[in-house]
Ligand binder design. Structure first.
Ligand SMILES: C[S@@+](CC[C@H](N)C(=O)[O-])C[C@H]1O[C@@H](n2cnc3c(N)ncnc32)[C@H](O)[C@@H]1O
Length: 282
């Protein structure tokens, strides 16, 4: 792995390579040429490493189901952003824990103002591949250091906050403070976030999840799920202004590449191991 990249930040390499592998495949679920460009460059460094994750990334041997799931998720989040911008053409999108994703390029309608926010170590890498413009901004900060909100607050909005594959790596109390802070500072905004079912955070299911993350994907031990909710409406209990709008699971996708796995979709615990919830924050 690249020097100075923490276990949690390294998860962004996995999603980036999933995008690139899927983009190169037949009938790709997601077309993300920028991920192909970035991985081609990163391969030059990562191919010199003996780390098992780097070897899996460079050789394109990531788990096939993981690749398809991550691509389906990215496509769905693109659709959430496009839908928001159709409803609010003056909208501002903030991608929390953006990793090396290039959603801005995929959804740019020539008008959107877009913020990509991630830890400084990831934004430093991202700066080598993306130029900031009047409408595209990079924020190098922990999402838990609320100063990142200052430049975003200069816009009128309305605002869409997206957190794709991020909140589960934060402590539950931090997710709650963050959501309440966004609600306080950006009333009327929307939040689309992926959550993990808290049932999976209890022993022995948590052991199984850690095994998948650390052994199968070769991520370090700090890349572990720390928080979750049991039901999409749970966040409504945090504040009367939080309004559940809708939710989505990978299994709702009609994508043929999900294959036989789709037969598990009526097992609620599997359908909602990890799913996405959409809220209005009033
Ligand atoms: C699984 S990756 C997802 C990246 C991207 N959203 C995607 O789907 O391709 C998780 C990302 O969350 C970021 N992250 C984790 N904790 C964070 C924090 N406290 N502040 C900002 N970003 C954070 C990591 O650095 C990493 O880029």
């Amino acid at each position: 792995m690249l020097r100075g990249v923490s276990d949690v930040a390294a998860t962004s390499f996995v999603t980036l390579y999933c995008h690139a592998i899927e983009s190169r495949s037949d009938n790709p679920v997601l077309s993300d040429p920028k991920s192909v460009e970035i991985t081609t460059q990163l391969n030059k460094t990562l191919s010199l490493s003996g780390h098992p994750l780097d070897r899996a990334l460079v050789s394109g041997t990531l788990d096939k189901r993981l690749v398809v799931h991550i691509a389906i998720r990215a496509k769905k989040y693109d659709d959430y952003a496009r839908d928001f911008l159709q409803r609010f053409p003056d909208g501002v999108v903030v991608n929390i824990g953006c990793g090396l994703d290039s959603r801005f390029l995929r959804i740019d309608d020539g008008r959107v103002v877009y913020y990509d926010l991630d830890l400084p170590e990831i934004i430093e890498i991202k700066k080598a591949f993306f130029n900031e413009t009047e409408r595209y901004h990079l924020l190098a900060s922990s999402v838990l250091d609320f100063d990142w909100m200052v430049p975003v607050l200069r816009h009128k909005g309305p605002f869409l906050f997206m957190a794709e594959g991020v909140f589960m790596y934060l402590d539950g109390k931090d997710v709650q403070s963050l959501v309440l802070k966004i609600q306080e500072k950006f009333p009327g905004s929307e939040l689309v976030c992926e959550v993990v079912n808290s049932v999976w955070l209890r022993y022995p299911l948590k052991k199984l999840l850690d095994y998948k993350i650390q052994r199968q994907v070769h991520l370090g031990k700090d890349a572990t799920f720390r928080s979750g909710i049991h039901d999409g409406r749970e966040m409504e209990q945090w504040h009367t202004g939080i309004q559940f709008l809708d939710e989505w699971s990978y299994f709702d996708s009609e994508e043929e590449k999900l294959g036989w796995f789709k037969v598990l979709s009526h097992i609620e615990l599997i359908r909602k191991t990890q799913w996405t919830v959409h809220y209005r924050l009033n």
